[in-house]
Ligand binder design. Sequence first.
Ligand code: ADP
Ligand code: MG
Length: 874
Amino acid sequence: MAELSPMMKQYTNIKKQYQDEILFYRLGDFYEMFFDDAIKASKELELTLTGRDCGQEEKAPMCGVPYHSYEAYVKRLVEKGYKVAICEQVEDPAKCKGIVKREVVRVITPGTIIETSMLDETSNNFLCCIYLNEKKKAGVCFADISTGQIYITELVDKNIQNRLMNEIGRFTPSEIIFNPRVLKCKKLTDFIKVTLNCTVDYYEEEDFALEPNTREVLNHFKKPLPDIGLDDKDTAIQCLGVLLSYVSKTQMSGLERLHTVNFYNDNQFMNLDLVARRNLELTETMRSKEKKGSLLWVLDRTKTAMGKRLIKTYLEQPLLNPALINNRLNAVQVLYQENVLLQSLTELLTHVFDMERLMTKIVYGNANAREVRALAFTSRVLPQIKQSIEGIDTIMLREIYQNIDTLEDIHDMIENAIVDDPPVNLKDGHVIRTGYNRELDELRDIVRHSKQYLTNLESSEKEKTGIKNLKIGYNKVFGYYIEVTKSNLPLVPKAYIRKQTLANCERYITEELKELESKILGANEKIVLLEQDLFEQIRKEIAAQLYRIQLTAQAVAKLDVLCSFASVSVKQGYCCPTITLGDEIIIKDGRHPVVEAVQSGSLFVANDTDLNCADRQIAVITGPNMAGKSTYMRQVALITLMAQIGCFVPAKSAQIGIVDGIYTRVGASDDLASGQSTFMVEMNEVANILRNATRKSLLILDEIGRGTSTFDGMSIARAILEYIADSKKLGAKTLFATHYHELTELEEMFDCIKNYNIAVKKRGDDIIFLRRIIPGGTDDSYGIEVSKLAGIPNEVVKRAYEILDNLENGIGINLPKNVKVKKREYNPDQFIIQNPQDNEVIKRLGEIDTNVLSPLEALNILHELKLISGKKDG
Ligand code: ADP
Ligand code: MG
């Protein structure tokens, strides 16, 4: 076999180390892919597949993308779950002999993206690492490389799978690393693959060993474990260590971006499983998965990308600590009351760029001059922002005030160094301002005035020598020269050095001309290098200030969210809830924040709520379809949640005893993808609720038992209600909507159960929805009236009343007038057993013991039966 060409040899050597990745191999202005990578990528990216000579008989399959637009291509590959290794030329091709040295400088994976063009500005992008030890204790950490945040926790639980699922569901990482033990948790791995649909990498058990990972963590943070916040937290260290080594393996530089660890206890936050998050439509709607129509859509009036990410986090992590909740509420209160301040802050915040992600690019060394300028632009408004909140006496605003660094030094440095409107590409030059660096100014001066310098020299030489037609010229071989015609040769001074003789003239150079030449010719090249150098210095200086800038970014993000809460509260007329440690939820004139916002024109009917863990623990809500039961129940859940994230709530007044979790079973969210039936999904969800909820939780159960037959469904619904009502078993506050009117009789048996219904008014055959919740049950479901409203033809509605009447009077259903009853006809094709004893098929069936039958045997018997019946397959 012929030998590979030298370049292909280099390629295959590099590729050997990156088997799982698609290798982007830099060749001039392109990233090329070869062999299998090329075949895969050409399919996924719809690129033309070509071939390249590689020294062997057959050409190597190849496809490529231009280097300046590679991000879009990498994005598409990464979204499809591929990892991409970027291999660069690491020396200047012009300056090296033979083949240019190349190295992989980064591996881009779903969880390690830092390019803003590949990221959603409004969401964090988390890389997660789970380490589950043999005692069912887990360390879990989440890192957003693009913003530098690390969150880490340890979980111990009998039901560790559920706990992990909740935790992962909250952060929705795009990539997860775990140890092999996790593979045994089938529910969890299914959840990761099917529900979250994220990339998984798994490391061996020994990679998670405590000792080397402790070293990795210590090395990275360069401070002792207690200062990192990980004293005695072995599983946390084990997962963090592996995460760090994964990041360093893929990113290779800029690791210092991850410099603080937030260790949290998951009991700091309200329990909200993925089902509840989805059902309550916190960040996206159930049906269309859009932000519009979600709670986030109503509450998000943030102006910065950092604020957008933070408000989402707040929404997904309602607090449990009343002091922390009140800190937020107090700050919102001030902003709510001081409208002028709120308006001006909101305006100022619109000028703030995404400092977090800008800093990431700066630290990683791939920020361009425009991005660096964006930082200066942002720091221009920081002093005003800081000043506006000066002296405001609430804990949170004071803290924000302290943490905002106005970054004047950084602003001035950038302002002095970088031109107003720099090009994206450093190589295009004109990035550094005139006056910033003397050498650069001189070089630019030379370029700008080179012609002038040459003519100056020319005329001074003319004068000195007296040669009137002396000329300075240029050619590629000799560079600049002085040309003197034959007739003037006697006048040529000694210092002239002859370079070239032509037919009627001689060409010379002088020391002075040579110097000028090297200045002119070298200047452009030097300018590019010097500008790069200067820019690099500035970038490094800013990167060194990471900590201050990051703190400022986080403070600004918080302020942005608080302003957003205040703005929406003003606009929608929300009130400040009173937070208590008691068990009451008392709401006056509560509204559904999203429904009221969607219906902006028509009137939303407000309703009261009064729940506690004693005599009003369970509200059984009946009422016809479309009356507003589901809306009401969600409204109570959302108001409670909003209060616990520190936002005002849509009500006249609200007193919220902190709940430790909200659990929902709402509507028929058919999980068809996982192949489970509605009923199975429903029971699964209810089972989870009964297992995880506590007395301090809030339960929203909407029409339980709908997925099965009436009697089954009602029995299950009733048994569940009885279980919840029993304070020794559960005792959680519960809103329970049902169409089983029979359940209203429970009110008489249990002190803690109260009946409610949503009022409707009947006028003739029509009903009017009053949308008002009132005490007491209903015994009429108005199903037929509602069907009429929905546009069912009159004739059908009339007939339905007739049937209902018959049923209610217990006389059996009569036949509609003018209808001929169809006689049953004999169908010769139908398999009719006249005399069962004589039938061979029946006989054979009788012999089978289905308890011990394997699926394969069953199939065989089926085949046999088919033969007996004389029918053929196909
Ligand atoms: P149910 O669960 O009883 O069938 P829904 O809660 O789904 O009824 O409500 C049906 C529709 O009625 C909602 O889509 C909403 O538009 C409207 N609605 C519900 N409650 C109210 C209210 N309090 N004020 C105004 N409109 C309401
Ligand atoms: Mg409903």
